[in-house]
Design a protein around this ligand. Structure first.
Ligand code: 5GP
Length: 191
């Protein structure tokens, strides 16, 4: 992969507000969203090819076998992975590409592309994360207790790794968006 464009990895526990932040950052910076493949079912309002490429397990496993994924992980029994081709093409075209992926995936990207930019979105507190996760009311990705435990473990792993050098606390959505916009804009300008 060339160094023409920038690869930005945005991670954080589920319920932290990552998707809302990423949506606005894309709109304000013109960065390209990397559409992941997943074996989980679409949620209401999600469109194949926009939020995710929704595929079955054999299709996903074939993508792994053919080496088509930049990284992949299994989260609560479903596969998630980043198709490498579109990322490579966008970077070669000089674009900034945003990967909204979990921390296991982020660490795999770091092994291949240590020059990428790693942003970790954090909840203001564990109590606030619990409130947001409970408010979502979806048990599809594990129980509330499971998701809280995974969140705490993910934050620990990300911090211990030293890979995520940009930490953004989502206590105020607009402020968090602006912080990420600044990171993306600044990094995109760097050669
Ligand atoms: P959700 O099912 O709520 O959309 O996503 C569940 C988790 O999977 C989130 O933490 C999300 O960031 C992560 N995720 C989404 N796409 C990918 C991917 O391509 N690779 C990895 N490793 N994680 C992903």
């Amino acid at each position: 992969m060339s160094d023409k464009g920038k690869l930005v990895v945005i991670s954080g526990p589920s319920g932290v507000g990552k998707s809302s932040i990423v949506r606005e950052v894309l709109a304000r910076t013109g960065a390209v969203f990397s559409v992941s493949a997943t074996t989980r079912r679409p949620r209401p309002g999600e469109t194949d090819g926009r939020e995710y490429h929704f595929v079955d397990r054999p299709t996903f496993e074939a993508m792994i076998a053919r080496g088509e994924l930049l990284e992949w992980a299994e989260v609560f029994g479903d596969y998630y992975g980043t198709p490498a081709g579109p990322v490579r093409e966008a970077i070669d075209a000089g674009r900034t590409v945003i990967l909204e992926i979990d921390i296991q995936g982020g660490l795999q990207v770091h092994e291949k592309h240590p020059q990428a930019v790693f942003v970790l979105i954090l909840p203001p507190s564990e109590a606030e994360l619990r409130r947001r996760l409970a408010g979502r009311g979806t048990e599809a990705n594990g129980s509330l207790q499971q998701r809280l435990a995974k969140a705490a473990e993910e934050i620990r792993t990300a911090r211990d790794s030293g890979v995520y050098t940009h930490l953004v606390v989502n206590d105020d959505l607009e402020r968090a968006i602006q912080e990420v916009v600044e990171i993306v804009t600044r990094e995109s300008r760097q050669p």
